[in-house]
Design a protein around this ligand. Structure first.
Ligand code: ADP
Length: 321
């Protein structure tokens, strides 16, 4: 290319709404209009800035007629042209719609215009646990206790509805304005018809994925895959990175297969926290503790247990605790 060619950013001065970095993925929707109308031409929401981008959705801050704020997960209809992707998206909507729990992102409604589908969700203004851990480096044990109990409540509820999330990770655990946990992104969730049903599809994020999903097993996998991920989440909160983190995918897989991980030697982590993580990161799914057993573990019975956390905890380590 000629060295004198204009930079991309300078080439698009007429589209101030969209910075060039906002949309790298062709499947992502264009920035929607400032006012969102449904297909019957009824005005529904005012659109504000982008909150985040995912695999095939952009998420915007929106405001309804009463001035209440929500998040609008926006998916372009073009990106749903492939049957497989459309089915995945509809599956996500159906599972999410059926969820009603204080620690799960509330599904409000869904509508469309000519270009996009808008999924209106409860707003989680304090971003995700991923962002918090990145900013803070790691969390304290009292904070981990506070988040874990809420995560366990949400997972227990999901499992009682026969839903396996299958993609539990720090980035899918959002925080509302009061720093309460809201689990979101049901893109990989599976609804089982019977408790004894097993799934055979490989999915999940490598770092958080259970060995029986990665390497397959005769019986397929079940609810226990979420317990493995909960173990990875607890470790990641306390250490600042997931236990099987590695340079390349291959070595991550190897470590998961053997369930080998280490605690950084210079880090102070309680024996009870280590014991809980060890019990969850068991290669044998049947040997992992039940959700009630986890909630009754010594980790939750010793040390401080905050009733609430301030929003500042997203950025700075609390003085006490
Ligand atoms: P995808 O399923 O395409 O990966 P996500 O559900 O992960 O999309 O959402 C993408 C991003 O949008 C998230 O990382 C987050 O920054 C933002 N986001 C998603 N849901 C909410 C919400 N309810 N409140 C605030 N921000 C959200």
């Amino acid at each position: 290319a000629p060295s004198g060619s204009a930079p991309v950013a300078a080439a698009a001065p007429h589209t101030p709404e969209r910075k060039p970095t906002e949309k790298k993925n062709k499947l992502l929707c264009d920035t929607p209009p400032n006012r969102l109308y449904d297909s019957k031409d009824k005005e529904r929401y005012k659109r504000s800035h982008q909150l985040g981008v995912g695999g095939f959705a952009r998420c915007f801050l929106v405001q309804n007629k009463d001035g209440e704020y929500y998040a609008s997960k926006t998916v372009s209809k073009k990106s749903l042209a492939k049957e497989k992707i459309r089915m995945k998206f509809l599956g996500e909507l159906n599972v999410h719609k059926a969820m009603d729990h204080p620690n799960i992102v509330k599904f409000i409604e869904c509508f469309e215009d000519g270009a996009n589908i808008y999924v209106i969700l409860e707003l989680c203004s304090n971003k995700s646990l991923m962002d918090m851990v990145k900013k803070r480096g790691r969390l304290t044990e009292p904070e981990a206790r506070f988040f874990m109990i809420q995560i366990l409540g949400a997972v227990k509820y999901m499992h009682s509805k026969r839903v396996i999330h299958r993609d539990l990770k720090l980035g899918n655990i959002f925080l509302d304005a009061d720093m309460n946990v809201k689990i979101g992104d049901f893109g990989l969730a599976a609804m089982l018809l019977k408790d004894t049903d097993r799934k055979k599809t490989i999915c999940g994020t490598p770092n958080y994925i259970a060995p029986e999903v990665l390497f397959g097993s005769e019986e397929g996998h079940g609810f226990e895959v979420d317990l493995w991920s909960v173990g990875v989440i607890l470790y990641a909160m306390l250490v600042g990175k997931p236990p099987f983190q590695s340079k390349d995918l291959d070595s991550i897989y190897k470590k998961i297969k053997r369930a080998t991980y280490e605690w950084p030697p210079n880090l102070e982590v309680s024996d009870s926290a280590k014991d809980l993580v060890r019990s969850l990161l068991n290669r044998d799914p049947a040997a992992r503790p039940s959700l009630d057993e986890i909630a009754n573990h010594a980790f939750f019975k010793e040390g401080l247990f905050p009733r609430s956390l301030p929003s500042e905890a997203r950025k700075v380590m609390p003085k006490r605790a």
